[in-house]
Design a protein around this ligand. Structure first.
Ligand SMILES: Cc1cc2ncn([C@H]3O[C@H](COP(=O)(O)O)[C@@H](O)[C@H]3O)c2cc1C
Ligand SMILES: O=C(O)c1cccnc1
Length: 358
């Protein structure tokens, strides 16, 4: 039987905080001079200490996982592209040609692709041959959430567990920091609906142009999302994350939600990408607010509503590059900053060892 207690997360404790702060303050620099990198080092060291008891040396073994899913609402013309592009992009990921492939390559990040429920599965011969690919399909795309629930509660539960299982496998293989990406034509509509319900803000304030739709399409998108949001709220989505995800979620968003919860549960930090992954993070936060302690926000997306989401987490994102792509690209681009935080924390000389007297 599915039980949300399977996603229990404990908040970060403070038993190591003093030693960690002392290590940072002993470094040969004015107190606090490494700014946000110091906060990053504190968070990374603390999470690792909760997991392993070891706080002196931050070890980062990153993993990027991109979840793909299709969305029924795409049929209404709320994106620049049709749903078929989701599968085409999954093939592009597998063949190494997408933006996320380039940034994983340039930052030496391993990339795994998950079919969480795109319209048509990729050819089984290719799926079998590709060892960085997992088939974890909840269906052939969701229903159009402007008209009816996107998926059943059973699919939500399966999706949360599937995301958790995928992450657990990567953790068992040694990953210690996780980045999630997504691909799914029209998934900014789903993410906007989730944000509107959880932030209790009207769709008009959060909706954006996604892939770059026209003003006319934006008006239609706003109206359709609002219809779905209204129904979801009537069904009790405001106080129940499972209802929320079944009403307006996406297969990739649900699996990312389960994956984020599983990371927090295992004391693994998550470097959160843009608008869609942040919506999954909001859903995870609704299920268990303690997840917040394990989240690091990579960047502020150019998608209109992302700022409001970041504000809800009281987050200061690491980068602002006007990205509006998803795929995990913002997270992959921010990973060098985590490496820099670990590097100064692990290797910088102390006043004592360097003989520097201030
Ligand atoms: C070629 C192409 C590659 C992409 N890579 C990420 N997205 C991004 O755009 C989609 C969300 O925007 P919307 O809600 O407007 O459809 C998602 O697939 C997201 O990952 C892409 C979109 C396209 C067209
Ligand atoms: O920030 C994102 O994740 C995003 C924005 C627009 C389109 N796709 C993704």
């Amino acid at each position: 039987m599915f039980n949300l207690a399977m996603f229990d997360v404990s908040p970060l404790g403070s038993e190591f905080s003093q030693q960690i702060q002392q290590q940072i303050d002993s470094k040969t620099k004015p107190l606090g001079a490494l700014g946000q990198l110091e906060q990053l080092a504190r968070q990374l060291a603390n999470i690792q200490a909760q997991r392993t008891g070891q706080w002196q040396n931050i070890q980062l073994a990153p993993q990027v996982i991109v979840f793909a899913g299709d969305h029924g609402i795409a049929q209404q013309g709320v994106s620049i592209a049709p749903s078929e592009v989701t599968q085409q992009m999954v093939l592009n990921f597998i063949h190494g040609g997408a933006a996320i492939n380039c940034f994983c390559q340039s930052n030496s990040l391993p990339l795994h692709i998950v079919d969480a429920g795109i319209l048509l599965p990729i050819a089984s011969e290719l799926a079998v041959q590709t060892d960085n690919f997992t088939e974890s399909r909840l269906g052939a795309g969701t229903q159009d959430f402007s008209q009816q629930a996107a998926m059943t509660l059973t699919q939500v539960e399966q999706g949360l567990l599937a995301g958790k299982a995928i992450v657990q496998e990567k953790i068992a293989q040694g990953a210690t920091v996780m980045m999630f990406g997504e691909m799914g034509i029209a998934n900014t509509s789903s993410a906007t609906a989730i944000a509107s319900i959880l932030l209790k803000q009207p769709v008009e304030q959060l909706v954006g142009k996604g892939t770059g739709i026209s003003e006319q399409q934006l008006a239609l998108k706003t109206q359709l999302i609002s219809q779905g949001v209204e129904r979801a709220i009537a069904q009790g989505a405001t106080d129940n994350a499972l209802t929320l995800l079944s009403e307006v979620g996406g297969f990739e968003i649900v699996q990312i939600t389960g994956a984020i919860l599983a990371c927090a549960q295992a004391h693994i930090p998550v470097l959160v990408d843009g608008f869609i992954v942040s919506a999954a993070a909001l859903a995870a936060y609704q299920i268990n607010p303690a997840v917040k302690d394990y989240l690091i926000f990579a960047h502020q997306s150019d998608e209109h509503g992302h700022q409001a989401m970041l504000k809800a987490f009281n987050a200061q994102p690491l980068l602002q590059l006007d990205l509006r792509l998803g795929e995990g690209t913002g997270a992959a681009l921010a990973m060098p900053l985590l490496n820099a935080a670990a590097s100064f924390y692990n290797h910088m000389a102390s006043f004592e060892s360097a003989g520097v007297t201030v």
